[in-house]
Ligand binder design. Sequence first.
Ligand code: CA
Length: 177
Amino acid sequence: MFCLGSMLTVFSACSSRQAISTGQAPKVYFDFLTNFSAAAIDPKPTRPAEEAGVRLFSFVRNHVRRQSFVTIANATARFAIPSIPAGAVLRGYLGMPFNLGDGALAELILEEKETRCLLLSRHMDPAHQRGDRDWIPWVVDLSPYVGKTATIIFSAKGTSGDLTGDWVGWAEPTISW
Ligand SMILES: [Ca+2]
């Protein structure tokens, strides 16, 4: 199935700076960390939360600590979003806590009925890429989905057989408007 409208992924801090410069703090519509317990985790956790494939995890990159949840080695977290409001923007920071292995692919997907859209795809390899040892801000425009009930899926994929350190951190993710 095709995606509604065009996908927009911005790997820069511009949007948050613009929001600050207008003096209008964005209103948070959905906070993924606050709603973490409502997420559907795959694989389904059968062990204690601290060993689950998706778990809350606070860590430091480039001297900045951020609260995140991590998707580990092909795990996914699915969040049901009730109704996407006008002007909605999905944003957060991407980071991996360990400079190990050969990296992993971070993906953000939106599902709405029969439609499945790739909102963000970014290979992270902090062991070999210095730029990946920092928090990477990302912004996705959700205006093509206003009024829709959707599922947002956060995932990590190993791009080879090496799953060492394949922890993809999604820090401070929110939908705001
Ligand atoms: Ca890997």
